[in-house]
Design a binder for this molecule. Sequence first.
Ligand SMILES: NC(=O)c1ccc[n+]([C@@H]2O[C@H](COP(=O)([O-])OP(=O)(O)OC[C@H]3O[C@@H](n4cnc5c(N)ncnc54)[C@H](O)[C@@H]3O)[C@@H](O)[C@H]2O)c1
Length: 713
Amino acid sequence: MIYKGDNLHVDFIEPGIAEITFDAPGSVNKFDEKTLTEFSEALDSLSGNSDLRGVLVRSAKPTFIVGADITEFLTLFADLEKTKTWVHKASRVFDKLEDLPVPSVAAVNGFALGGGCEAILACDYRIADETAVIGLPEVKLGLIPGFGGTVRLPRVIGPDNALEAITTGMNHKPEKALAVGLVDAVTSSDHLKEGALSMLRDAIAGELDWQAKRQPKLEALKANDTEKLMSFSTAKGMIWAKAGKHYPSPHAALEVVERGAGEGREAALNIENELFVKLTQTDAARAQVGIFLADQLVKGKSKKVAKSATKKISRAGVLGAGIMGGGIAYQSASRGVPVVMKDIRRDALDLGLNEASKILGKALERGKISQKIVAKTLTSITPTLNNSELADVDIIVEAVVENPKIKASVLAEVEKVVAKDAIITSNTSTISIDKLAESLEDPSRFCGMHFFNPVHKMPLVEIIRGKHTSDETIAAVTAYALQMGKTAIVVNDCPGFLVNRVLFPYFAGFSKLLDDDIDFTGIDKVMEKEFGWPMGPAYLCDVVGMDTADHATNVMAEGFPTRMARDDNGAIAKLAAAERYGQKNGKGFYEYSVDKRGRPQKVVNPDVYDIIGKKSASAEKDEIIARCMIPMVNEMIRCVEEGIVDSAEEADIALIYGLGFPPFRGGAFRYLETLGLEKFVELADKYADLGEIYQVTDGLREKAKTGGTYFKS
Ligand SMILES: NC(=O)c1ccc[n+]([C@@H]2O[C@H](COP(=O)([O-])OP(=O)(O)OC[C@H]3O[C@@H](n4cnc5c(N)ncnc54)[C@H](O)[C@@H]3O)[C@@H](O)[C@H]2O)c1
């Protein structure tokens, strides 16, 4: 034994060959502060050893090293000086590995991400097994690699491949890693250690020129000026097209690689350190790290709930083969839970199946699935017009039209058909779960299971607990949502639940801007380009459907009569009355068609102004943002204060996964904290006369005064 720490150890495994083994307690290895310290001490213990001829780096776990410990980030980044010292010191530990006077080989299994990837880049050779997943995903956290990744990767795989990898955060599976030169060989898991040792012995014997392999990593990037110019200008174009102006990290990644290209390792590392630290102080990094941590919290919580389920869902029944029913049936079948899909119309069943075929066809075309999977998924969906075929399902997901009376009778009917212990859920978007539960004899087995459109793409499922819903029902439905590959968030019942409850005040804020004669195209432009929503409120109304939005407005008005009263003269009501339903019938705020090449077109036809009135006023972008967003944030605060959702973290994830809230803003609560609670209250007070949706709660006022936060972690 040469070195023994809690998270890694170093041993001579044969004469002259030392093995650094990462083996932290727990399920994975990561570069937390302690591991970095031990790594540094382990390398120090090797550097003066005169018996040393070669070093093997590997993991004793099913996965190599998953990266830095992100749970340490937000506290660390709050202290600028500490962050500077940390990143400078940590990055130099990797130099110690690279500077060993003997050859080094990394044996890579499972994830080698972030710091894990940077550790293998500091070795002279890399060999991977077929489970390896290698990459530098830091941009997804609003950061760049901080342990030399931006310096070593371009020198190992060339600037084009490196820039693509670093600015997108993509993962490399073994074949891709081998093709770009990120690893030198790929082998089976059984032979990984032996393969790495054999490579190391060859290097020690001089059959592999490890010094020549190492040298380029210590010097300026080997590429002529024209090559560099081409690489950097292509990357610049791609970054602007993909990331735009709201995400600083891909731009910083390019800057680091470009500025460091003419430098040796030390100077290039200093540039990386400088930009890494700069990014740690951005709102985007705080938001994106916050999302990562909140996502972990949500996933951990739902896994725990799902584990407690005693009822296993092996077969499901979906009622309604429309947009949602068809999507839910596809998703369930594609994740291995066969489905009986029931409708009252044969043509609806055909449409539902067609939708599933289309999604599968696209995946087949892209080479993501085989013909066998296509056939298996389609045969797992049994269309039917008869309730009797639902007799042996474990769960029902009701997705018929959003009409409380129809839903009540459909639910009562199906309860008579299914087994006594079968679970019954509704995909209603707004109708109270407690109200629907009144139609059932056993409301304890009933809850909401709210999917988002399109089901196969949107990651969120809101699970709505009614006052009679049992814990077992929640556990089994959570397990089913996870089986379907979704992120599940459990909320308590109220009109609109969580996501739609906060969406409608946002639409109301938008309507009030229209009432003030502000043009909807200008509002959409600001909310998309400046705030960062994937679609502005007018466009979103068209996608949701004006009839659906109008109908939901009634439900919300009934639930919250003073705050969300219906406005019959509002643009949404007028467009719905004029049967301009949005994308579903080609006309809403905008008009929809396809161009000559079959690409979707969205245009403004001045006809719309005959219905909603000519809008000729304009407003500053800050005012548009404030008037749309304050009602959403205020409603979200009410949801947390009333216990509709357990935490601000879950609320933020629900908005990001359910509505596409801009990730660089991190969710409604992160946005509130970034603005500052005091500043938000001040801003909301300015608009308080516009109505209750602008008026802040006493809880927020108090927190703003005392410097409190809504986040628990
Ligand atoms: N469309 C969305 O974006 C969206 C998103 C989330 C939730 N939802 C909710 O999902 C539900 C369905 O919405 P949709 O958009 O899929 O509607 P849809 O109109 O596309 O489909 C409804 C289907 O239900 C069928 N149906 C009607 N009565 C039935 C009965 N008695 N038994 C079986 N089938 C019956 C209809 O024939 C139709 O095929 C609604 O509650 C809606 O609020 C919709």
